[in-house]
Design a protein. Structure first.
Lengths: 79, 139, 139, 79
């Protein structure tokens, strides 16, 4: 599963795109968040972070499909 | 016919906003421009660096424009955000609305910038002399 | 240093307002432009004609700017009103304020246009196909 | 005493400037308003009108001096 990273989340994982193979079956947004916090403890220090599926904010119970465009969205600060 | 412009750009051109929002049925046009300030919490800012998730940012900007059209009677809406490095006094965002009377465009313009700041996937890094910080990332 | 521009002009140049309000300590700039609408109470407006008592208008515009500087922490204020004949979509007034944060410039900008409309000696005649009317003159 | 007229008040009196000699001694803003309503009844039909002395709004009890710049200010409608 390919995941995109932006802003501080890109700095935490050290790249803007990552293939995550540990999560394959019936993975939800919540599973991905927990996986990232386990692998990169810095995620737990953020104010919060969201996950977008196909360019839309996705709730924790949304399932992730292989062809989805998945992105980690740290706290936004535009404007 | 409503006019709607939502864009992620390299450079904000503030001189065109008025023409974009002008409309024969609009008596009022309200525009907000956000720019780089020299100081944040008394620390001197050298520059800001903006990054975005473009496809999602455009979708969110478009949703905000549509929400504004639903909430108020507007003839035109503009939402533009810049990306890349920006120096002090450079504009980084411009939002605006035009309507028959002034209350609507003021309220809508405030809604546009407030909602943009809440939701649109754009990240700002403040670059000081000796460090750089992703804004709002940490509590 | 605060910047203040108060003027009665023949033609409003909206493309310069941003540069006039830009300031290294300002993160937010709010601008309101008033323009000629095509319809008033469903009657088609051909043009508007603005007349002023210039020396007094400049004094009142200046007082309004100073009141805004007292009420909010602002870095720059602009109040410009046009006189003469104006066609549909032409700008007739532009007011704006710039400040460190966005709340102040929004509130100040609204105050500027509301107070200008209440106090500044400028008179607007609406010219329709078959008549012309001094706005607000009669109850 | 020279008085300036603008907007609809100029249409009512038919000129933009008028020398009023009937009012000379201890004239107040209120006296001038009453004089105008008597001479030009159309003034009574206006929503209201004010008088400015030396480019400042003047209250009804203000005295008018010979060298003052006096102006009739019908309801404003800028913006």
């Amino acid at each position: 599963m390919k995941v995109l990273f932006f802003g501080i989340s890109k700095d935490i994982v050290g790249k803007s795109e990552m293939e995550i193979s540990d999560l394959t079956k019936k993975t939800t947004v919540n599973d991905l968040k927990n996986y990232l916090k386990d692998e990169f403890p810095e995620f737990s220090n953020l104010t919060s972070f969201a996950v977008a599926v196909n360019s839309e904010y996705a709730k924790d119970d949304v399932s992730l499909e292989r062809n989805d465009e998945i992105a980690v969205i740290p706290p936004v600060s535009g404007g | 016919m409503n006019k709607k412009i939502v864009e992620i750009v390299d450079t904000i051109n503030t001189s065109q906003v008025y023409a974009e929002l002008s409309h024969p049925h609009s008596g009022g046009i309200c525009v907000f421009v956000g720019a780089v300030r020299e100081f944040t919490n008394n620390e001197e800012v050298v520059a800001l660096e903006f990054e975005t998730y473009k496809s999602m940012a455009i979708k969110e900007l478009d949703k905000i424009a549509e929400e504004a059209f639903e909430k108020w009677q507007l003839n035109a809406v503009v939402l533009q955000h810049a990306v890349g490095a920006k120096k002090v006094e450079e504009p980084v965002v411009v939002v605006g609305a035009s309507s028959a009377h002034r209350s609507e465009c003021f309220e809508a313009c405030r809604f546009l910038i407030d909602t943009l700041k809440e939701r649109v996937p754009i990240w700002k890094k403040e670059i000081f002399k000796n460090k750089s910080v992703w804004v709002s990332a940490h509590p």
